[in-house]
Design a binder for this molecule. Structure first.
Ligand SMILES: Nc1ncnc2c1ncn2[C@@H]1O[C@H](COP(=O)(O)OP(=O)(O)OP(=O)(O)O)[C@@H](O)[C@H]1O
Ligand SMILES: [Mg+2]
Length: 301
């Protein structure tokens, strides 16, 4: 059972809205290589944040394949593209799932933000800024690869979590993703999450290997956010369209996910507008505009 939440009413396990509002913290869950577990991690981390009493929303930014919805057992009929086309408001598309997580389905048919006219852009910014007052965390499930829109999402987010697993292609693609952001966009700080590891030691070894392959980038700072083991319980949860943190909170993967939440809770909160959802969307549109302007100029030459 899910409910639409036109007035953004939260379920009882979310903190009271009367508490002093801090800007929402925005975490982009990215990788480089596909299939490393971004959607699993995004759905589980956002659900675990809610179960720890935080107010969280999940934005499915994978406009190609919207796995997050399926993993949560949701079938959204409307998404951001319907807001853009004027068929509904943001309030109509946000889903409050059974666990009290707000899900913003952005999947399928959402045009590049820059293709929207100024009124459409303003409508999305206004709509999302309403949610900004209501959440502590926005977790973004990113598409794989290094397309312009993926890179722009990452640049606009406050914290970038790069998921890697122990495969040469995963390491190589994570390196390429980080290198591109550092060299072209001066983004230097990344949280590394090692997924599907056979032990926590192996997770640490994998993290060190990534540090090594990026050691020629002196400005880049990688921090080890944690490691999640390969866990059959997580697979069973997926088959039931549930998150493992709800399906079996004592599973090995769940325990690690909750440890990661503790680390996230310990991050210092910079009380700057940089974390706000509204600013996030503004940055996203600005970066896309700059990119398109640049392309037009290059093509004209
Ligand atoms: N810790 C884990 N233990 C066991 N299986 C896992 C784990 N993490 C991910 N998987 C498996 O890997 C599959 C792919 O995960 P997921 O869809 O989250 O990857 P993704 O990075 O989002 O992929 P894409 O790039 O295509 O969006 C899942 O369906 C699941 O079966
Ligand atoms: Mg995915």
């Amino acid at each position: 059972m899910v409910s639409r939440c036109p007035d953004y009413q939260f379920m009882s396990n979310q903190k009271s809205n009367t508490q002093q509002h801090k800007p929402a913290r925005i975490l982009a869950i990215a990788s480089g290589k596909g299939g490393v577990g971004k959607s699993c991690i995004a759905t589980n981390l956002s659900t675990a944040l809610v179960s720890k009493g935080h107010r969280a929303a999940l934005l499915d930014a994978d406009t190609g394949l919207s796995n997050a919805d399926i993993m949560l057992g949701l079938k959204p009929e409307l998404n951001l593209s319907h807001v853009v086309s004027g068929q509904c408001t943001i309030a109509d598309i946000v889903i409050n799932n059974d666990d009290g997580l707000l899900v913003i389905p952005a999947a399928s048919g959402l045009p590049n933000m820059v293709e929207l006219n100024i009124h459409e852009q303003a409508g999305i910014i206004r709509g999302l800024s309403v949610i900004d007052n209501q959440v502590d965390f926005l977790v973004i499930d990113m598409p794989a690869g290094i397309s312009t829109s993926t890179i722009n999402f990452a640049r606009a987010a406050q914290e970038i979590v790069v998921v890697v697993c122990d495969e040469p292609a995963s390491l190589a693609d994570a390196k390429a993703f980080i290198q591109l952001l550092a060299e072209q966009y001066k983004v230097f700080n990344f949280h590394i999450l090692c997924n599907m590891v056979s032990s926590l030691e192996d997770g640490m070894t994998l993290y060190k290997r990534l540090c090594e392959v990026l050691s020629h980038q002196p400005n880049v700072t990688l921090t080890h956010l944690g490691s999640i083991p390969y866990d059959i319980k997580l697979k069973q949860a997926i088959q039931r369209q549930k998150t493992v943190v709800k399906f079996d909170p004592n599973a090995l993967s769940s325990k690690q996910l909750f440890n990661i939440i503790q680390t996230i809770e310990s991050w210092t909160h910079h009380n700057t507008p940089r974390g706000c959802l509204e600013f996030f969307i503004e940055r996203l549109i600005r970066f896309n505009c700059i990119e398109t302007h640049h392309k037009k100029n290059t093509n004209a030459k």
